[in-house]
Design a protein around this ligand. Structure first.
Ligand code: VTB
Length: 327
């Protein structure tokens, strides 16, 4: 999405990446302390401060939780200067919190942006997801089909055997049955400890070696993955998963009428969208923050669905000169 400002095209993701850079540097500075709350809060506070410097009338539609549970980047919080383009945000200041707190891999700071009302306001529940990268016939994946059916269709379209495919799945007890059925097809599996936004993006990157992502992760991460695929190309389906009547009630109270609905990518993400992510710790998608004294290097991914441009941004920061919040 480009914001029109006096005839000037603004790629807001190129501005938002300064915010994810700030969040990544802030949380990487407390990496490995074993304190998840501190790592997340450091990222969220830096992200919010940086987003508030943007000339936009912004609103968080999926954030760190509701206002009763968090004071930083809660769902419904306004961000930006309050003037300019009306922008909705889905954001995750620190994806893979557990990993970051241990100094482990794959932690990212992520922001997705769209015009007002264009993002699905996902409740804080799980989502069952399936994703493939671009260049395949429309409708090739179906959340309601068996892994065998999906993998056969993907293999046929790619002109390979099912055993050539690599399926990425979050390593969780809840996935035991699906992992067994994928193994029965002969396909290969990459189990990941965390980070299904990166896994969804990986389906669209040939060098990742991942053909399809399947499984249940956070609904927020589902929307972030869908935004990324809308920019980079690919197909996605998701369905909310409720573990209790209370979770169903939360969704119902958010005006979601059909709780069992199967969402296609275009149901989750409408119009032009943008995506910015910065690595906190090293991962398959992005390198983490490298820090030597007051010097920091960051690696980010910036995408825009309107132009389809995908940028990998390496930034060198002199924190003595700029300070984390003035990058
Ligand atoms: C995933 C993953 C995240 O949460 O969405 C997952 O991408 C949800 O499942 O990195 P669990 O509750 O089983 O962890 C994370 O692991 C953490 O936000």
């Amino acid at each position: 999405m480009m914001a029109q400002l006096g005839g000037v095209n603004r790629n807001l993701a190129l501005e938002a990446v300064r915010a994810t850079e700030a969040a990544a540097i802030a949380s990487s500075s407390v990496m490995g302390r074993g304190d998840e709350e501190l790592a997340d809060r450091s990222a969220a506070e830096a992200l919010r401060t940086a987003l508030n410097g943007m000339y936009i009338d912004g609103r968080v539609v999926i954030g760190e939780g509701d206002e009763d549970h968090t004071s930083v980047l809660f769902t419904g919080e306004k961000v930006g200067t309050g003037e300019g383009a009306k922008i909705d945000f889905a954001l995750e200041p620190l994806e893979c919190i557990t990993s970051a707190a241990k100094g482990g891999p794959n932690a990212l700071s992520i922001v997705a942006m769209a015009g007002r009302g264009q993002l699905f306001q996902a409740p804080p529940v799980y989502m069952n997801k399936i994703a493939v990268g671009g260049g395949l016939p429309d409708g090739i994946i179906d959340l309601d089909a068996t892994p065998e059916e999906n993998l056969r269709a993907i293999a046929d379209a790619k002109g390979c055997e099912v055993s050539d495919l690599v399926v990425c799945v979050l390593e969780r007890p809840r996935h035991e049955a699906i992992i067994s059925s994928i193994r029965e097809t002969g396909a290969r599996i990459k189990l990941i400890p965390d980070g299904d936004v990166s896994a969804v993006i990986a389906t669209s990157q040939q060098q990742s070696g991942i053909d399809v992502y399947i499984g249940i992760g956070g609904a927020l991460e589902g929307v972030l993955g869908a935004v990324a695929l809308k920019c980079i190309g690919g197909q996605f389906q998701g369905r909310l998963v409720f573990r209790s009547p209370e979770e169903r009630k939360i969704a119902h109270d958010m005006d979601i009428e059909d709780l069992d609905r199967k969402y296609a990518l275009d149901d989750l993400v409408k119009g032009n969208v943008m995506f910015a992510a910065t690595g906190v710790t090293d991962g398959a998608l992005l390198r983490g923050v490298q820090r030597v004294g007051s010097y920091a290097q960051t690696h980010s991914l910036v995408m825009n669905s309107q132009s389809g441009t995908v940028r990998f941004v390496e930034a060198h920061h002199d924190l003595d000169r700029a300070g984390i919040l003035e990058l």
